[in-house]
Each structure stands twice: as structure tokens, then as C-alpha cells.
Design a protein around this ligand. Structure first.
Ligand code: SR1
Ligand code: MG
Length: 425
């Protein structure tokens, strides 16, 4: 009964833990375990029987963040995650891993192993492309967002879910790391890549007009209980292969604005574009990978709109919401928040404490400086003009403009702009 009091598991403890808690492996089997997580908050283990290839994921919430060990955080967050994964499994079966156990003492979730899939960020760093990703992620987004909103749910049931998913600690992390610290560096934890200090001071810290727009987005994040959002939808929260996609790690979930999820994934695909742009030497390969990133950004917006409209016709029954002008007003607001949220994610991953490997692994210092500037220029366009981003083509037009705003590599610029022209024609 070693697991009656909370402690942090190591790879050695996990086989014993899983045998004690679940009847998954025959007693004669030899179990192995590897820690596979690279997140900022949790410990993720894969436990497997080499002979049968049978495996599970054991995810434990630690008492402090891995990124900032002095930042304590409640270990109860796994409970919310286990609950939402089960709820989402009813909305988009197969797109989220199945949960087999939540252990409130050890703060552990045992879930389906997403094997034969790459963590998406890792796959993108190897410049792999995923032909069905835009289709899959928009099925997930449109169903999980629209069908947990007041548009579809009984209003009283929805209010109960709002209470059930109040998530103050994790929201506080986002309120600070996404909406505040990147602009004011109050805790002194921001880190700016050498060569971009003056640029970030001018474009971010000293831009009062930007601070005003971000403040508007921050208060919308906190006060628009629109849908049950994932809350941290970056490419490290996704496992993917050529045929299938899993979305997991929804511990930041709460009732918030739909656009926060859509904008986050858009920004993270742009980070992958930056990595490809900076590191792929071969013109054809770069054209192929960066082109895939751009068409994925475009398709995510356009397919989300199509699916939102289809689901609206299928599920919305409220006579007031069925008004076609209201529907287009509502979708317009979602798209406005999407653009703003994409901008926020682009800025906070460049300036703030939680960076992304797509950018930090660019070894050529000058290229990193320029890719970071691209992110910042794109972000500011998206935030300031967020009301204008109503289609995938609107994103590509701006990306085309900002890639020529940062003059660095003529060939790259020409190739990508040609690709954008092809996509837009
Ligand atoms: C202290 S946690 C830092 C970041 O990691 C998570 O994945 C979220 O993105 C959070 O902002
Ligand atoms: Mg996470």
C-alpha cells in the first residue's frame, strides 16, 4: 500500500503502481517504463510490456511547475483533466485518449497510450507534414466548442458545467503568462534573445496602444464563459500521424472564449513555419514544409467556419440564435478573438518564460532574431486588426506582408510569397 500518500513517482515506481491499481498486465509480464513528458507542469510515463506491446500512459501532476520550481500549483488539476477527456470523448470519440483511472491521492491519470503517433511539435521539428491535420483539428474544435456553448446546450446545464470547470489556478497562469508578463515583465522572468532587446522594448514593452488591446483581450478571456475550451492548445498538446490525431493535456480547460483555442493552434503552426523557414536548406523541401504550414493555417480557419456553420444548422434550436444575422455576428466575434489570441500566443512564446522549441532550437543566431521579429510583427497585425481576419486568405495575405517586412533571405521570401500567391489564386 505504498500509494496511499502522495509522492512523485519515478520510472522505477510506475510498473508497481499500475499493477496495484489496474488489472491490465498478466502477473508474469515484464514491465518497462520511460518518462516521455517534456511539458512544463507534469510527469508523463509510458509503461509497457515489451513482449505484447501492450502499453499505457501514466500522467502525474507535480506540486510545482517544472519550468519554475518555486511556483507551487495544486495537484488536483488532474481531476478536471480526467473529467473533460471523458466529456470530450462523447463529443468527438477517438480524438482524445480514453481515461482508465483518476487517482485523487497520487494525482495520477492512467490513459490510453497514443502510440504510433508523434508528439506534433517533435514531428514538426523534423519537418514532417500531416495531410489530415486541419480536417481533424477543426472537427475537434467545432464540436467541442459549439456543442458546449449556450448555442446548443440547455442553458441551466451549461451553467452547471461552468461551475464544474472553474479552474482558477491554471487560469491564473494564463492570465499572467499570456496576458500580463510579456508586456510588463513584473516578475522579471521574461527572456529576450540577444539582438532583439531594443526591438522588443520598442514593439512590446513601450507600445501603450498594444497594451490597451491586450487588456481588452485579457478581460474577454476572463469574462466570456462561451464554451468549454482546451485552454492550452499548442502542438505539444497534440499527437498526430498520417491518418489520425489525438488532442490531450486539457488541464487548462475552463469556460472561456472559443477563439483562444483556435488562435493558439494557428500561432503554433506559424512557429513550425518559422523553424522550417530558418533551418531547411533545400529549397524544394522548404517550399513543401513551409507551404504545408501555410495551407494548414488557411484550412484551419476555413474548415472551422464551414463546420461551425454545419453544426449550427444541426444542433441550434433556440429561436433567437437561429436568426441568420445573429449567427454571422457570433461567428465574426469568434474569428475576431481567434486572431487576437493567435497574436497573444506569438508574443508570449517569444518574450515570455514559456518558450517553444520551434524558435529556441534555431541555432543560427541571426535567423532566430529575424524569425522572432516575424512572429512579433504578425502578432501585432493580428491583435490590432483582429476584426478583419475573417478567412484563411486574410492570414496568408498578412503573412506574405510580414515575411517581406523582415528582410533577411531574398530566396526564402520569394519562395514563400510565391506559395502564398498560389494558395490565394
Ligand atoms: C508554468 S506553465 C507554463 C506554460 O506551460 C503550459 O503548457 C502552458 O502553456 C503554460 O502557460
Ligand atoms: Mg500542457
Amino acid at each position: 500500500m505504498r500509494f496511499n500518500t502522495y509522492f512523485l513517482l519515478t520510472e522505477k515506481d510506475v510498473p508497481e503502481y499500475i499493477r496495484e491499481k489496474l488489472d491490465f498486465f498478466p502477473s508474469a509480464s515484464v514491465l518497462h517504463c520511460l518518462e516521455i513528458g517534456d511539458g512544463n507542469l507534469n510527469y508523463v510515463f509510458r509503461v509497457f510490456d515489451e513482449e505484447t506491446n501492450h502499453s499505457f500512459i501514466v500522467k502525474q501532476a507535480g506540486p510545482e511547475t517544472r519550468i519554475k520550481p518555486d511556483l507551487g500549483i495544486s495537484t488536483k488539476r488532474g481531476m478536471i483533466e480526467a473529467r473533460i477527456l471523458s466529456l470530450q470523448n462523447n463529443l468527438v470519440e477517438g480524438f482524445v485518449p480514453k481515461v482508465y483511472l483518476y487517482d485523487p491521492v497520487m494525482c495520477i491519470i492512467v490513459m490510453e497510450d497514443m502510440k504510433y503517433h508523434d508528439m506534433m511539435r517533435t514531428g514538426l521539428l523534423e519537418h514532417n507534414t500531416y495531410p489530415h491535420f486541419a480536417d481533424h483539428i477543426t472537427t475537434y474544435l467545432s464540436n467541442c466548442l459549439l456543442r458546449t456553448s449556450d448555442l446548443v446546450m440547455d442553458h441551466k446545464e451549461k451553467k452547471n458545467l461552468v461551475c464544474e470547470y472553474v479552474n482558477p489556478e491554471l487560469c491564473e497562469i494564463s492570465e499572467n503568462l499570456v496576458f500580463t508578463e510579456p508586456y510588463h515583465n513584473l516578475s522579471g522572468c521574461n527572456s529576450i534573445f540577444p539582438g532583439n532587446d531594443a526591438f522588443i522594448k520598442r514593439e512590446i514593452y513601450d507600445d501603450r496602444r498594444l497594451h490597451t488591446e491586450v487588456a481588452k483581450l485579457k478581460y474577454e478571456f476572463m469574462n466570456n464563459a462561451q464554451a468549454l475550451i482546451h485552454g492550452d492548445l499548442h502542438t505539444g498538446s497534440i499527437f498526430v500521424n498520417q491518418d489520425h490525431t489525438y488532442i490531450f493535456d486539457p488541464e487548462f480547460t475552463f469556460y472561456g472564449p472559443m477563439g483562444f483555442d483556435i488562435g493558439n493552434i494557428i500561432a503554433n503552426i506559424f512557429f513550425a513555419w518559422c523553424h522550417g523557414d530558418a533551418t531547411i536548406e533545400d529549397n524544394n523541401k522548404r517550399y513543401e514544409f513551409c507551404g504545408w504550414c501555410l495551407s494548414t493555417i488557411k484550412n484551419i480557419i476555413d474548415l472551422f467556419k464551414d463546420k461551425f456553420n454545419q453544426l449550427y444548422e444541426l444542433y441550434v434550436t433556440d429561436v433567437m440564435a437561429k436568426n441568420p444575422e445573429f449567427k454571422s455576428y457570433y461567428l465574426g466575434k469568434v474569428l475576431e478573438n481567434t486572431a487576437g489570441s493567435a497574436g497573444l500566443e506569438l508574443i508570449r512564446r517569444v518574450v515570455g518564460v514559456a518558450k517553444v522549441k520551434d524558435i529556441t532550437s534555431i541555432e543560427n543566431e541571426q535567423k532566430r532574431v529575424y524569425e522572432e521579429r516575424r512572429c512579433i510583427y504578425l502578432a501585432k497585425e493580428l491583435i490590432f486588426k483582429r476584426v478583419q481576419y475573417l478567412s484563411g486568405a486574410d492570414y496568408l495575405e498578412t503573412i506574405g506582408k510580414i515575411t517581406s517586412k523582415v528582410i533577411f533571405n531574398k530566396t526564402v521570401r520569394t519562395i514563400n510569397n510565391e506559395y502564398i500567391d498560389t494558395l490565394l489564386s
